[in-house]
Design a protein around this ligand. Structure first.
Ligand SMILES: Cc1cc2nc3c(=O)[nH]c(=O)nc-3n(C[C@H](O)[C@H](O)[C@H](O)COP(=O)(O)OP(=O)(O)OC[C@H]3O[C@@H](n4cnc5c(N)ncnc54)[C@H](O)[C@@H]3O)c2cc1C
Length: 372
C-alpha cells in the first residue's frame, strides 16, 4: 500500500468529502484536511437526484455512510412529462433525491467522526499545500486544474436557473410550457417531505424575449413562479444563488499530475437532466482512494486512477451531453403530440433502446404502441 502521512483535499463538496471519508478509512494514521471556501452549513442550489439505485455504488466501499444517507432520501418509481397537450407518465423511471446541504452535512459529520480536519470559510491556494497527496475536488472553477490537465470547456446555449419551492411534487416531473415569447421547461422533484427543486430552462431566444437577461434573482424567481403557477399551485420559488447560467461542458484528459489528483466537477461535468454529477464526483473519489490504497506507491496509485477511472466516467458524461443536446431544441420537440414527445424524450440519450423500454416502462410502451 502507498504510504501517505498527509492528504490535503481542496473542496468540501460531495466529491471532496467522500474522498476524505474513504481516505480516513484507508489511511487511518494520515493527517487528512479538507479545505472548503464556503462557511459551514452554506452551499448553493437545492436538492439533487440520483438514479433509482440511489447510493448503491457507495454501499460496498462505505456501508456506514450509505446507511446514514439512504433513509434521508425521497424516492419514487415513475416520472411525469407535462406536455402542453397532455401529461404522460413514464413508469419504471425512478429516482431518489436529497437536499444538497443535507447530503454535505451528513458527509461532513461522518468525516469528522473519522478524524478528518475540516477547515471551512477560507479559499486556499493549492500551491501552498504540502500534503503527500493533494486532491483537487474544487468544482468547476477549480484552481487545482491547470493546462497540464488538458481541459476543454464550452457551454450549452440554453439558460437555466436553479430554484427551490415549498411544494412537494409527487415524482420527478418535467413541465413544458408554450408561451408567445418562447417555450419554457421546468425540471422539478421533491427532495425532502416539504421541499422541491425547481430548475427553469429556456432556449436563448426565449430567454432574451422574456427579458430574463435584465432581471435579478428575485425578479426572475417571481416571474417564473407566475409563469409556472399552475404546476406550482401558487407556491413561490425560492432562491439560493439562483443566477441564470449556461451549462458548462468540461472534460479533462489528464486527471493526475505529480502529487495532485482531480475529481468531480473539477475534471468533468454532467448535465443535470440525467442527475449524475454528484454521483460521478463520489464515484471518482471511491476510484481514487481504491487506486492509491491498492498500489505499492503513490505514483503507481495515481497512474492506476488515471488509467481506470476516466473511461468509465466518459460514458456517463457522453450520455449527459447527448441528453443536454435534446434540451437545446426542446421547443421543436414540443411540436410533437404528447406520446411521440415522450418517446423522443425517453430515448434522447440513446441509452434506452425501444425493446428495453418495453421491459422498463410496460404501461407507457403499451399506451405508445396502441396509439401508433
Ligand atoms: C442546476 C444544477 C442541478 C444539478 N442537479 C444535480 C442532480 O440532480 N444530481 C446530481 O447528481 N448532480 C446534479 N448537479 C451536479 C452537481 O451539483 C455537481 O456535479 C457536484 O456538485 C460535483 O461535486 P464536486 O464535489 O465535484 O464539486 P462541488 O460540489 O462544486 O464542490 C466543490 C467545492 O469546492 C469548494 N472550493 C472551490 N475552490 C476552492 C478553494 N480554492 N479552496 C477551498 N474550497 C474551494 C467550493 O466552495 C465547493 O464547495 C447539478 C448541477 C447544477 C448546476
Amino acid at each position: 500500500m502507498a504510504e501517505l502521512s498527509s492528504i490535503d483535499i481542496v473542496g468540501g463538496g460531495p466529491g471532496g468529502l467522500t474522498a476524505a471519508i474513504l481516505a480516513a478509512r484507508a489511511f487511518p494514521a494520515a493527517r487528512i484536511t479538507v479545505h472548503e471556501a464556503a462557511p459551514r452549513g452554506v452551499t448553493w442550489g437545492f436538492g439533487v437526484v440520483f438514479s433509482d439505485r440511489a447510493l448503491d455504488f457507495l454501499k460496498a466501499d462505505d456501508p456506514e455512510t450509505h446507511d446514514l444517507i439512504a433513509p434521508r432520501m425521497e424516492r419514487w418509481q415513475n416520472m411525469v412529462l407535462n406536455h402542453p397537450d397532455g401529461a404522460v407518465t413514464l413508469d419504471g423511471i425512478g429516482f431518489a433525491a436529497i437536499g444538497r446541504l443535507e447530503l454535505l452535512t451528513i458527509l461532513a459529520e461522518r468525516a469528522e467522526a473519522l478524524g478528518v480536519a475540516l477547515h471551512f470559510g477560507a479559499e486556499v491556494d493549492p500551491a501552498t499545500l504540502t500534503g503527500d497527496l493533494i486532491i483537487g475536488a474544487d468544482g468547476l472553477n477549480s484552481r487545482c486544474r491547470s493546462a497540464a490537465n488538458a481541459p476543454s470547456l464550452t457551454h450549452m446555449s440554453n439558460r437555466f436557473a436553479w430554484f427551490g419551492t415549498p411544494r412537494p411534487f409527487y415524482a420527478l416531473t418535467q413541465t413544458f410550457l408554450r408561451h408567445p415569447k418562447g417555450a419554457l421547461n421546468a425540471h422539478h422533484y421533491r427532495y425532502a417531505p416539504d421541499m422541491s427543486t425547481f430548475i427553469v430552462e429556456l432556449e436563448e431566444d426565449a430567454f432574451q424575449a422574456h427579458g430574463f437577461a435584465e432581471m435579478g434573482e428575485e425578479e426572475s424567481a417571481a416571474t417564473c413562479a407566475e409563469l409556472f403557477s399552475e404546476a406550482l399551485e401558487g407556491a413561490p420559488l425560492l432562491t439560493n444563488r439562483s443566477i441564470w447560467r449556461q451549462f458548462p461542458k468540461l472534460w479533462c484528459e489528464t486527471w493526475a499530475t505529480g502529487t495532485m489528483a482531480l475529481l468531480g466537477d473539477a475534471v468533468h461535468t454532467a448535465h443535470f437532466s440525467i442527475g449524475s454529477g454528484t454521483r460521478l464526483a463520489m464515484e471518482d473519489a471511491i476510484a481514487l482512494i481504491a487506486a492509491v490504497s491498492g498500489a505499492s506507491s503513490l505514483e503507481a496509485g495515481l497512474a492506476a486512477y488515471q488509467q481506470s477511472r476516466p473511461p468509465v466516467a466518459r460514458k456517463i458524461v457522453t450520455g449527459a451531453n447527448t441528453s443536454a443536446e435534446w434540451y437545446e431544441s426542446f421547443s421543436r420537440h414540443m411540436e410533437q403530440p404528447p406520446l411521440d414527445f415522450a418517446m423522443s424524450y425517453v430515448t434522447r440519450s440513446g441509452r434506452v433502446p425501444p425493446e428495453k423500454l418495453r421491459a422498463l416502462s410496460p404501461a407507457f410502451m403499451a399506451q405508445y404502441e396502441a396509439a401508433q
